[in-house]
Design a protein around this ligand. Sequence first.
Ligand SMILES: Nc1ncnc2c1ncn2[C@@H]1O[C@H](COP(=O)(O)OP(=O)(O)OP(=O)(O)O)[C@@H](O)[C@H]1O
Ligand SMILES: [Mg+2]
Length: 336
Amino acid sequence: MSAEATATPTRLIDRNPSLSGAEMVAQLVPPRQFASASLDSYRPDRDYPSQGAAVAAIRNFMGSSTGGGLFSRRKTPPTLPGIYLDGGFGVGKTHLLAALWHIAPGRKYFGTFIEYTALVGALGYAPTVKLLTGASLLCIDEFELDDPGDTRLMARLLGELANSGTRIAATSNTPPNALGEGRFAAQDFLREIDSLAARFTTLRIDGLDYRRRDTDAHARVSPDVPGELSRVGGVTTLDGFADVLAHLASVHPSRYVRIVEGLSAVGLTNVVTFTNQTDALRFVAFVDRLYDAQVRVIADGTPLDQVFPDDMLAGGYRKKYLRAVSRLIALTTGTD
Ligand SMILES: Nc1ncnc2c1ncn2[C@@H]1O[C@H](COP(=O)(O)OP(=O)(O)OP(=O)(O)O)[C@@H](O)[C@H]1O
Ligand SMILES: [Mg+2]
C-alpha cells in the first residue's frame, strides 16, 4: 500500500477547473485509454463480418501504403472526404477512430463533438477554422445532435475544412442521415444534416458490446465506499450523488474532462434513479469523461445500471443511456 493510499478523499464538488483555448487544443488527442489503439490490436469478431470490413475500409480511407503516400488516391477509387463509423455501443468505434488517428501523417486532431464546439465557443469561429485548417485529419468522436445550433456550426466548420483538403472521420451510434430524427423537425436543420451526410462514407459496424462479450454483467454496489476508496489510493473523491448532479449543472460539460483529471477513483453515495432528463444527460456526459480517463467508480444506493428510468430509456436518448450503462458497468466492476 502506498503512502497515498490512506489519503482522505477530496470532494468532486470542489473541483471547478477552467480551461483556456490553448489547453483545449493541447487536449485534441485520443484519450489515454486509446493511446496505443491500433488496427492490428482490433480483433474483428468473425460472427460479424462488418468488423473486418471496417478495418479494411479504414486502411483504404488512409490510402494504399504502396500507393505513394498515405493520402494518395492513385491506387484506390476516389473516396469522399469523410468516413463515418456507425454502430452500437462497445463495438470498437472509438478504438478504430484512434487507430486511424495514429496512422495519419502530419498535423491531426482527435476530440469529441463537445470538445470541438467548446473550442469554437472559447476561440471564436474564424480563429478555430484558421487553427484547424491544413490538418490532414480531424477525428470527431460521438457526433451529437442534441442542439441544432451546434450541429449547424459543426456542419459549416467541417464543410470548410473538407473543402481545404482535410479528411474527416467521425463516430456515432446513429448514421448521419438518421441523426436528429424524431428530435428536431426543423427543415433547415435536416437539410444541414443531409449536406453533412453527403460528405461521408458510412461504415456500419455490427457486433456485441466488447465490454460485455463474456458476461452479462451488472453495475457493482459497494458495501463500503470510503473503505474501498482508501484501498484504491491515489487521488479519490467522495460525494453524495445529489451534490454531484448539482455541481455538474454548474460547470460546462466541456470542462468535465478537467474535473476528472488525475483521479484514480470517484466515490458516489446514495445514488438514486433520475427523475429529470437534463440531469441524466449531464451525468451521461460526465460518465463519458470518467470512462475516457478510466477512473474507477465506487458507489452505493441504486445500482448505477438502473439509474435511467424506463420512460427515459424509451425516448430519443435511449442509445446514450444504454451506452452510459455499459460504461458504468465497466467502471464499477473494474473490467475494461
Ligand atoms: N474488436 C475489438 N478488438 C479489441 N478491442 C476491442 C474491440 N472492440 C472493442 N475493443 C475494446 O473495447 C473497449 C470498448 O471499445 P470502444 O470504446 O472503442 O467502443 P465504442 O464502439 O466506441 O463504444 P461506445 O459506443 O461506448 O463509444 C475499448 O477498450 C476497445 O479498445
Ligand atoms: Mg466510443
